[in-house]
Design a protein around this ligand. Structure first.
Ligand code: AMP
Length: 276
């Protein structure tokens, strides 16, 4: 009803989907939303469909009260925090599956993930009917997947990306950082540092294979259990061969203890970078 009122009044709407446990990363998206549209909706829903049974759905931080407090200064017009049955009635039987872009990086180690994300985001877009929806570049692959889904299904929304917000030491903000022990937290910035080292080497025309191998070794030595560390095209996620200049990103995912961290950094490849 509220959305219909706004739309009837000709007001534009921005949606920021989150799983709660708001931090500066989320809040930066909310800020952007406020600049881009008349009305801002933030959704908070820990989406069971994007967790495998072995993952952290049960322990994922849920702090709705403090989330509302954190959002209050931003003039958010509506917080949509549905319960599980509202989103997935017992006989729920539809799923949205995006091919191509989901078949690498996080899609390999978390094969359930993007289907769960695409399904819940398509529902949120139908419910909120926003003109724009904003997703963080921290989950860069997710951003591309959602953009592709919206285009493929003709969902009338513009998908915007928001820059990654980091701690001073480079660690990308994440609700999951709360799982890190003090010792793990001290080592966690090494993921970003090593991605940046690969990006720096490639921007200087260095050998891709060597740079990636050195970063993988450094992370393993520091106690990370690596999921992937790859250089891929920033638009298609194809492997890049360095034969021509292309916008690329260095993507990494790794476990530190029980915590899975992901990050990515941009790099402009120079012709001559050797293929991995
Ligand atoms: P989540 O609650 O983790 O699902 O994240 C909700 C939205 O916030 C997603 O679009 C994320 O990509 C984005 N986000 C999470 N962490 C950051 C960050 N450090 N910087 C920018 N955006 C972020």
């Amino acid at each position: 009803r509220q959305v219909a009122n706004w739309r009837n009044a000709g007001e534009s709407i921005a949606l920021v989907p989150t799983m709660g446990a708001q931090h500066e990363g989320h809040l930066s998206l909310v800020r952007t939303a406020g600049r881009k549209a008349d009305r801002v909706i933030v959704s908070i829903f820990v989406n069971p469909a994007q967790f495998a049974p072995t993952e952290d759905f049960g322990s994922y931080p849920r702090q709705e009260k403090s989330d509302l407090d954190k959002l209050a200064p931003f003039g958010v017009d509506l917080v949509f925090a549905p319960n599980r049955d509202e989103v997935y009635p017992p006989d729920f039987s539809t799923g949205v599956s995006v091919g191509g872009l989901t078949e690498c990086l996080c899609g390999v180690s978390r094969p359930h993930f993007f289907g769960g994300v695409a399904t819940v985001v398509s529902k949120l877009l139908n419910q909120a009917q926003p003109d724009i929806a904003i997703f963080g570049e921290k989950d860069y692959q997710q951003l591309l997947v959602i953009r592709r889904m919206a285009r493929d299904l003709d969902i009338p929304v513009k998908i915007l990306g928001g820059a990654i917000v980091r701690e001073n030491d480079g660690l990308a903000l994440s609700s999951r950082n709360a799982y890190l022990s003090a010792a793990e937290r001290a080592r966690a910035p090494l993921l970003n540092r090593n991605l940046r080292q690969v990006a720096g080497a490639l921007a200087a025309g260095g050998d891709q294979k060597k740079a990636v191998a050195a970063a993988k070794d450094a992370l393993a030595d520091a106690g990370f259990r690596l999921d992937y560390l790859e250089v891929r095209h920033a638009g298609t996620l194809d492997e890049v061969d360095g034969s021509r200049e292309s916008p690329a990103r260095v993507f990494g995912a790794a476990f530190l203890g029980k915590t899975r961290l992901i990050d990515n950094v941009p790099v402009r490849l120079k012709p001559g970078n050797a293929r991995r």
